[in-house]
Structures are given as structure tokens and as C-alpha cells.
Design a protein around this ligand. Structure first.
Ligand code: NAP
Length: 259
């Protein structure tokens, strides 16, 4: 059994997931990092950065939409570490081509919901079952599951329909998991990022730059992956141990309606 706590982070290779991996390594966690390929340039470059922080790094290749592979992946992580303390369901995608709602097709719909909703839901179910058993075997275990959703869970975007509904549904999934798992001693939280500067938002950078200048974000700047990672670190540290099911907005105030 690993003496240090272990965190699984999906979508760990870049952007928000990468920052979360580093933040949790700094918090004393060993890191099981999931992305579609385990030996991409991004994953290879993340390993030494995590190890520099004194953590062990286990790169795992998995498309989270392939729920039939979840068992195998979780077993391999348990085989290596013998415990799982934290799951951060962070992997998520946007449509390759932003289409108007009236032009969407079934293929993109299924693919986005597979990654953004089906994958994290069944990953959480699989890991929760292990956590219920493990928390009584592991000393000082403080299990938690964090769902990374989006401001698009409550904001209409007619050229991002699939993301909007996948994130709105994932938000409800987080709530129901929080309800069910509270009695098991597993805290579930939702982190809701706003506009965060990553590869995901590069394509729409100029549009969002303009919207930020026009006042879309009360705090008047892009978010950074570190903004989100700091919030996740605070959750796993136990700073919010009596706040199961809470939504943590990291959006510079995009959630504020003002007149
Ligand atoms: P990103 O820079 O595009 O990174 C996405 C990560 O997910 C990469 O590590 C990618 O690695 C991995 N990934 C993609 N598809 C995957 C799959 N099918 N299975 C496993 N891993 C997969 O995105 P990000 O901006 O960091 O976003 C992270 C999360 O935050 C997403 O859920 C996103 O919806 C949410 N979010 C982001 C923003 C924003 O403004 N950036 C705003 C709100 C919410 P590989 O390509 O190597 O697989």
C-alpha cells in the first residue's frame, strides 16, 4: 500500500488538468495522470515536473469515453499504488467545428457526450466503489471526487450546444453523486471554470478577448489553469470538508447577473 495519498486526474496532459496534477503533487499526492495517450510529448514533459515536487507519476493512456476500459485502468492504478484518495474528472472536449444548434449532427453529439458526461459518470461510479472499501483499510484517508464542469452549464451558447448540455448534465451528476456518497464519507464537489486560457480556448481567443474588454467578466481577465488548480488543491486539503455537493465557481464573476 502506497504511504502517500493518490490522485487520479483525467485530461492531465495539458491545460487545467496539468495544473491540477502539479498542484496536487505539491500537496503531497502521488499522481495517476490520464490522457488519451500515455507517451505524448505533453505527458512526457509533465512527468519530470511532477517528480520534481517529490511525487510519483503514473501516466495512463485512456479515452475516458471508452467505459469498457475503465475497470482495467483502475485495476492497474490499484495494482501500482493500492489506494485511490482523489478522482478529478477533468477531461473534456469541445466540438471540432462550432456549428449552429440547427446544424448539429448525431455523431458529434454522441462523441462529446461520451467524453464530457458518460466517461466521468462511469469513472466516478467505478472509483467510488473502490473508495468505499478502501477508506476503511487506509489510515487517514479523506476520499473525494471532483467534477470539472463549466460556465456553459448555465450559459446558452448556440454554437456549443453539445458542451452546454453535457456540462449541465454533469453538474447534476455531481450533485447526485454528492448526495449518495456523503453517507459513505466521500465528499463530492463541482468546480465550474469560466474562460480559462488553454488550448481549448485558443480557437476563440479573439472573440473572447473582445468580450472580456466589453465586460463579460467582472474581474476583467482570462482565468489561468492555476486559478482552477488552486481551488482543487483547497478542496483536497480538506478546507471544505463540510461542504459536500458545493459548486465552486472559478470564473472571475461570470456567474454574477447585474443590471
Ligand atoms: P485542454 O487544454 O483541451 O485539455 C484537455 C485535456 O483532456 C488534455 O489533457 C487532453 O489530453 C485530455 N483529453 C481530451 N479528450 C480526452 C479523452 N477522450 N479521454 C481522456 N483525456 C482526454 O482543455 P482545458 O481547457 O484544460 O479543459 C479541461 C476541462 O475544463 C474540460 O472538462 C473543459 O470542458 C473544462 N473547462 C474549460 C474551460 C476553458 O475555458 N478552458 C472553461 C470551462 C470548462 P489528450 O489530448 O492527450 O488526450
Amino acid at each position: 500500500m502506497n504511504s502517500k495519498p493518490v490522485a487520479i486526474i483525467t485530461g492531465a496532459s495539458r491545460g487545467i488538468g496539468r495544473a491540477i496534477s502539479m498542484a496536487l503533487a505539491a500537496e503531497g499526492y502521488d499522481i495517476a495522470a490520464i490522457a488519451r495517450t500515455s507517451d505524448s510529448e505533453c505527458m512526457l514533459s509533465l512527468q519530470p515536473e511532477v517528480e520534481k515536487l517529490g511525487a510519483s507519476f503514473f501516466p495512463v493512456g485512456l479515452d475516458v469515453a471508452h467505459t469498457d476500459l475503465h475497470d482495467e485502468v483502475i485495476s492497474s492504478i490499484l495494482q501500482r499504488y493500492g489506494r485511490i484518495d482523489v478522482l478529478v474528472n477533468n477531461a473534456g472536449i469541445a466540438p471540432i467545428e462550432r456549428k449552429d444548434l440547427l446544424d448539429i449532427n448525431e455523431e458529434a453529439f454522441d462523441s462529446i457526450l461520451g467524453v464530457n458526461l458518460r466517461g466521468p459518470v462511469f469513472m466516478a461510479r467505478r472509483v467510488a466503489r473502490e473508495m468505499i472499501w478502501l477508506k476503511d483499510q487506509v489510515k487517514n484517508c479523506r476520499p473525494s471526487i471532483i467534477f470539472v464542469t463549466s460556465f456553459l452549464a448555465y450559459t446558452s451558447f448556440t454554437h456549443g450546444f453539445e458542451v452546454c448540455i453535457s456540462k449541465a448534465a454533469l453538474s447534476m451528476a455531481a450533485l447526485v453523486f454528492a448526495d449518495r456518497l456523503a453517507e459513505e464519507g466521500i465528499n463530492v464537489y463541482e468546480i465550474r471554470p469560466g474562460l480559462i486560457k488553454t488550448e481549448l480556448t485558443t480557437r476563440s481567443k479573439y472573440k473572447f478577448d473582445r468580450l472580456i474588454t466589453e465586460g463579460l467578466i467582472p474581474q476583467k481577465r482570462w482565468g489561468t489553469p492555476d486559478d482552477v488548480a488552486k481551488a482543487v488543491a483547497s478542496l483536497v486539503r480538506g478546507d471544505w470538508s463540510f461542504s459536500a455537493g458545493t459548486i465552486f465557481e472559478v470564473s472571475g464573476g461570470m456567474n454574477i447577473k447585474s443590471i
